[in-house]
Design a protein around this ligand. Structure first.
Ligand code: HEM
Length: 396
């Protein structure tokens, strides 16, 4: 099964359904990986200590690539305990629901400014004009990077995206990512040097202080963490907002009502995350040989835990292929599960609720102006390349 074949890129769900039914642990020659598709098995995979997250080590070879490799080695996402525990503990404080709640007024303001800049009369690309800039501005402000550098950040983030999400030719991905990682490293070294001399409050400062208080965070790990937060903050929430706009634009009922209060808004966003979540799968590698659903997995085999399939598992959900914004209390796996559960989930949830709520309250009849949305050919992510939208369509 090839996750990059055009039919699967356009709509991966029928292929996942077939795998869940007939071969829930399937070996893919195309990806050199086991594809795990049932809800129960994906959860079990997340919790299995024999499946390692350190699958990205030695992606780059040669001394000239050592600085780029070190950045990825500093990502907690690609580390196992005990390093993972140490790194996560330090960043966790910045993303508690309480901290995120305090960011709400600013997120609201950013959403409204972006909405005001849209032209209701001409088609707008809501990926470019809304879904992308909103989370990018939020994470940029959290990291305390100057707003004038944001365009440059978009370029670096894109360069890394192809490698992390598996987009395009495999060799080219590495070459581009190497450049982005190298430049980001230099950039953050400069910012951190500045901060060391002139400390000011913020997420970066707390990382620097943790290092100076000897909490065992190396300079490479700090830079790796900055790049991870910047990247995670940019790319995934964009997909949540864009995929949400697409799903909600097809709803016949009054979408404004769906965002009438906090509880309803939260339900809509959880359903977007389940139905068309930003990431299709997470990668692990087997630390030892083991058996999965009766299949023999060899040491070092890659295992894809496919949450986009788990989230449509008929064993778990009633009518799983239906987008049902008032669906109640069915937990999903869009943010993963277990020790690597997404650290930014409270932030992403609030950004999604505010962005979709404000947009549909202002433009309740908006129409996506294409019958065939263009999805990025990516192994990991479920990203729309663009979303041409007419905000105030004429009455038919
Ligand atoms: C809707 C948006 C988002 C989705 C769907 C998402 C999804 C995920 C998933 C599935 C993981 C688990 C990775 C694994 O098990 O290998 C993860 C980890 C992580 N995410 Fe998110 N994410 C989102 C937004 C964010 C944001 C906004 C941030 C921060 C600015 C963030 C920061 C992180 C970090 C730091 C980790 C690593 C946690 C660890 O390894 O312990 N994410 N995310």
């Amino acid at each position: 099964m090839d996750l990059l074949s055009p039919a699967v890129v356009e709509n991966p769900y029928p292929a996942f359904k077939e795998l869940r039914e007939y071969e829930p642990a399937h070996w893919s020659n195309e990806h050199n990986a086991w594809l795990i598709t049932r809800f129960e098995d994906v959860i079990r995979g997340y919790k299995d200590p024999r499946l390692s997250s350190a699958h990205i080590s030695n992606l780059f070879q040669g001394p000239q690539d050592a600085p780029s490799q070190k950045i990825l080695d500093g990502w907690m996402e690609f580390r196992d305990p005990p390093d993972h525990t140490r790194l996560r503990k330090l960043v966790q404080k910045a993303f508690t629901p309480k901290v995120v709640e305090s960011l709400k007024p600013r997120i609201q303001e950013i959403a409204n400014d972006l909405i005001k800049s849209l032209n209701p009369q001409t088609p707008e690309d809501l990926v470019k004009q809304f879904a992308y800039p909103l989370p990018a501005i939020v994470i940029g402000e959290m990291l305390g990077v100057p707003s004038t550098d944001r365009e440059q950040f978009q370029i670096w983030s894109n360069e890394i995206k192809n490698l992390i999400f598996g987009i395009g030719d495999e060799r080219e991905r590495r070459v581009t990512a190497r450049k982005g990682l190298f430049e980001l490293r230099k950039y953050f070294e400069g910012i951190l040097f500045e901060l060391h001399n002139n400390p000011r409050d913020g997420l970066l400062n707390s990382l620097v202080e943790a290092k100076e208080a000897n909490e065992k965070l190396t300079a490479d790990e700090i830079i790796g963490t900055c790049v991870l937060l910047l990247f995670a903050g940019h790319e995934t929430t964009t997909n949540l907002i864009a995929n949400g706009i697409l799903a909600l634009s097809k709803q016949p009922q009054d979408v404004r009502k769906m965002f009438s209060d906090q509880e309803n808004s939260s339900r809509v966003v959880e359903e977007v995350l389940r139905f068309e979540g930003p990431l299709k799968l997470m990668v692990r590698s087997a630390k030892t040989s083991l058996s999965l659903k009766g299949q023999r997995v060899r040491k070092s085999d890659r295992v894809f835990l496919i949450q986009a399939s788990a989230n449509r598992d008929e064993r778990q959900y009633e009518d799983p292929d239906k987008f049902w914004p008032s669906r109640k209390d069915r937990p999903h796996l869009a943010f993963g599960h277990g020790i690597h559960f997404c650290l930014g989930a409270p932030l992403a949830r609030i950004e999604g609720q505010i962005a979709l709520g404000e947009l549909f309250t202002r433009f309740p009849r908006l129409k996506v102006d294409t019958h065939k949305p263009s999805w990025e050919a990516s192994i990991l992510s479920r990203s729309l390349k663009e979303l041409p939208t007419i905000l105030e369509p004429q009455e038919e």
